[in-house]
Design a protein around this ligand. Structure first.
Ligand code: HPA
Length: 275
């Protein structure tokens, strides 16, 4: 069986038959945030199913292709559709594209997602800059034999969400008059939403947001030395004492509604990045 590095090499070799670009920035487009992909001037799209060793996305709101193009003058590669552990993929599969994007040249990963708010000061539709995370997904993509050429056995999570990039986003939001909250994201496995007691627990342990993605990808990004910036769109209020019925459809609709603002913020922030 091939090891991780060989599978990365296979994927990159295939992608290299389509493009010679070396994007410096990778973007993960979260649930309902298809609008974000419009900020990317597309030069090439590769469906995931064509790329060796790429998992194939099963959630309807995720299109499943790798986009190459530019945001302003910055070369980017974007995942239109991501993989979740609840779909049945291992954490290594979920994070495989992050490995491939690094091998293609990225230095910065921009993560986006839809999340429930645990912080009562947030509102549905708010954009939140992720300042930190708590991994409650029940696993870790780095478990198993470590390849020291990909990253260290015990990666440090200091400054996991890069301080300089966070400051760039905050300044950009100020200049663009976009209201930007800040908060800690808790990654859970899903696929069910939380019980009231679970939302209360997640708030108590220090969360402002809860969602079913991002944490594994960010762990792998940090393992391989990729700088990270992350944004959530608040799609529902996870307030234990004021809980209302929710559904995946409502979450997608709320994410789509806020998508254009988040797209603008990400676009303007990327344009200011020094890569
Ligand atoms: N819980 C978990 N994941 C989510 C939520 C939520 O309330 N909203 C969007 N993703």
């Amino acid at each position: 069986m091939k090891n991780l590095r060989q599978t990365i090499d296979d994927s990159v070799a295939f992608i290299r038959t389509k493009t010679k670009e070396t994007p410096k920035i990778g973007i993960i487009l979260g649930t309902g945030l298809g609008a974000l992909s419009k900020t990317v001037t597309r030069e090439l799209e590769i469906p995931y199913e064509l790329i060796p060793h790429f998992p194939v996305s099963t959630v309807e709101s995720h299109a499943g292709r790798l986009l190459f193009g530019t945001v302003g003058v910055k070369k980017v590669v974007a995942m239109e559709g991501r993989f979740h552990h609840y779909e049945g993929y291992s954490f290594k599969q979920v994070t495989f594209p992050i490995r491939v994007m690094k091998a293609l040249g990225i230095e910065i990963l921009v993560v986006s997602n839809a999340a429930g708010a645990l912080n009562p000061q947030f509102s549905k539709g708010d954009i939140v800059l992720i300042t930190d995370h708590i991994n409650l997904q029940g696993g870790n993509p780095l478990i198993g034999k470590n390849d020291d050429e990909l990253g260290p056995r015990f990666p440090d999570m200091y400054d996991c969400y890069d301080k300089e990039l966070r400051e760039l986003a905050i300044q950009t939001a100020l200049d663009e008059k976009i209201n930007l909250q800040r908060g800690v994201y808790i990654g859970v496995a899903g696929p069910n939403l939380e019980t009231a007691a679970e939302y209360r627990f997640l708030r108590t342990i220090g969360g402002d947001l809860v969602g079913m993605s991002s944490v594994p990808e960010v762990i792998v990004a940090r393992h391989q030395g990729t700088r990270v910036i992350g944004f959530s769109v608040v799609t529902d209020m996870g307030l234990a004492d004021a809980l209302e019925p929710c559904s995946h459809e409502k979450i997608v609709a709320a994410a789509e509604k806020a998508g254009p603002i988040l797209s603008k913020l990400i676009e303007k922030t990327i344009k200011r990045m020094k890569v």
